[in-house]
Write a protein that binds this ligand. Structure first.
Ligand code: NAP
Ligand code: G3P
Length: 483
């Protein structure tokens, strides 16, 4: 199945339906965060090669844009079926390349199968409308607008390391069903996993040129691709810093940005504390906290703070730590640099008087699950996104203080509120400046047909299957003027 993508330990890239090497012969070595072993090398494409790759994509899109939607959907159904046959293969690659625990890695690929199937069927229902002029004052029935949705052209999909398969496919599939071609710029650490996904699309019969993968460091070729004149839409998931940079250098190109977060779990006095603590631990420590929607702070009213902290502590102590293939919960972080940053935030909070409850133990890029109580708003951990297995407890007097602290964040991805009182739940939810609020559940993106969005530094535009298809297409109006 994947014999074409690898030559020795060097991965090629999919361009125009073929697996090719960069003319520069330059490659980037990818080492496993688990044991620092070499996973493989990927191509480092140069800027002049990027021009040719985008030109090829633009050419291929012309025929695809005129392909009936039901035929586009058929290709996606085949992609999903082929992906389903290769779940374990790709899961194992991810475990090695991004140290994703086996359960999360397998679930990511299976979720992507469902995502692509749902996108194929949803694409068949993206329709237009007809509008009569006479509903507007002064007009007669002799003018009618026929509105359909058409593709934008070539979509640039840029995905993050923590979901190199799902957050690549969540851009590629909706873009394709809408009639676009796609240039995928995968994360460097995660590129190999994304290349396996690309071969699935290729082997399932996606016409050549509709999915071209440009591997290479974002810091080296990223700006060039983003600012390229033939890119018609940019679908980016990643850090707020890079997202903000992309929004500055892209020139009148529509954007979909899913960025960082600092999701708060607000726990009120009457909350079901067992439910809250289970959801908070799952939300905070899943994939070692490397999720944009991870629970990244707990705002709990004083009346129940001690009890909740105890319950969370007990559940943290049940978390297993080790290598991805051992079916554990906590695995090494993506890099030593990432681990250093998490350690910095832990050290800052303890230095300023916070109370370490459990953890603050580290072995290279492996950080043990850490819980810190009595975190106050003068500490970096109250505001910065660790992207690691550390959770601050901030004690509050009441729900209004919780809303205030939650809204003071630069981020606005999601929040959760735990209470048995529906009026309090909606009172809090309606005041939170975020994309979505979970009532009595951990913050999370799924299910994938739900709208998923961030405000403030957490992004712009809305993901979610139908929302993504609409974002990567546009209305085309043809107005009939009868005599
Ligand atoms: P990142 O460093 O921002 O990188 C994201 C992607 O952007 C990678 O493919 C990266 O390529 C590329 N890139 C970097 N600089 C670029 C440039 N100048 N032009 C074009 N592309 C460029 O983020 P990450 O470390 O992969 O992911 C972690 C961050 O993403 C966290 O902040 C997390 O909250 C956020 N995130 C958000 C969501 C969401 O749905 N809201 C989901 C996942 C992650 P390289 O790998 O080659 O640098
Ligand atoms: O960080 C990835 C972001 O998309 C969250 O996805 O499903 O883990 O909530 P999920």
């Amino acid at each position: 199945m994947f014999e074409n993508i690898l030559s020795g330990n060097t991965y090629k890239s999919l361009v125009n339906g073929k697996w090719i090497e960069s003319n520069s012969k330059k490659t980037i070595e990818i080492y496993s965060p688990v044991d620092k072993s070499l996973v493989g090398k990927i191509q480092a494409f140069s800027k002049d090669e990027v021009d040719k790759i985008i030109e090829n994509s633009k050419e291929a899109q012309k025929a695809w844009g005129n392909t009936p939607i039901n035929e586009r959907a058929e290709v996606l159904y085949k992609v999903a079926a082929l992906l389903d046959e290769n779940v374990e293969t790709i899961s194992k690659i991810m475990q090695k390349e991004i140290a994703k625990d086996s359960k999360s890695a397998t679930s990511e690929v299976k979720r992507t199968v469902d995502f692509i199937n749902f996108t194929a069927s949803e694409g068949n229902h993206v329709e237009g409308e007809t509008i009569g002029a006479d509903s507007f004052p002064g007009y007669k029935k002799n003018k009618i607008s026929f509105v359909t949705r058409i593709p934008l052209g070539t979509v640039l999909a840029i995905s993050p390391f923590n979901y190199p398969v799902n957050l690549s496919a969540s851009k590629i599939a909706p873009a394709l069903i809408a009639g676009n071609s796609v240039i995928l710029k995968p994360p460097t650490q995660g590129a190999i996993s994304a290349l396996y996904l690309a071969e699935i699309f290729n082997k399932a019969g996606l016409p050549a040129g509709l999915l071209n993968v440009v591997t290479g460091k974002g810091s080296e070729i990223g700006d060039y691709i983003v600012a390229h004149k033939d890119i018609n839409f940019i679908n980016f998931t990643g850090s707020s810093e890079v997202g903000r940079h992309i929004s500055k250098i892209s020139d009148m190109v529509p954007l979909l940005l899913e960025l960082g977060g600092k999701d708060a779990a607000i726990v009120l006095k009457d909350a079901d504390l067992d439910l809250a603590s289970s959801n908070i631990v799952a939300g905070a420590y899943g994939y070692s906290g490397q999720r944009c929607t991870a629970v990244k702070r707990v705002l709990v009213v004083n009346d129940v703070a001690d009890k909740l902290t105890l319950l969370i502590t007990e559940k943290i102590k049940q978390l297993k730590v080790g290598s991805p293939e051992d079916g554990v919960d906590i695995t090494p972080l993506i890099s030593d640099k990432a681990a250093d940053f998490v350690q910095e935030l832990i050290d800052d909070s303890i230095r300023k008087g916070a109370k370490l409850i459990v953890g603050n133990k580290r072995k290279d890029n492996l950080i043990y699950p850490t819980l810190i109580d009595n975190v106050t708003t003068d500490m970096r951990l109250a505001w910065e996104e660790p992207f690691g297995p550390v959770l601050p407890i901030i004690r509050i007097n009441d729900m209004d203080e919780g809303i205030k602290i939650a809204n003071e964040s630069e981020y606005g991805l999601q929040s959760a509120v735990f209470t048995e009182n529906i009026n309090d739940a909606f009172y809090v939810a309606q005041k939170l400046e975020v994309g979505a609020v979970q009532i009595n559940n951990k913050t999370e993106r799924g299910p994938d047909h739900f709208p998923f969005l961030g405000v403030k530094s957490s992004g712009m535009g809305t993901q979610g299957i139908r929302y993504s298809i609409e974002a990567m297409s546009r209305p085309k109006a043809i107005v009939l003027n009868l005599k």
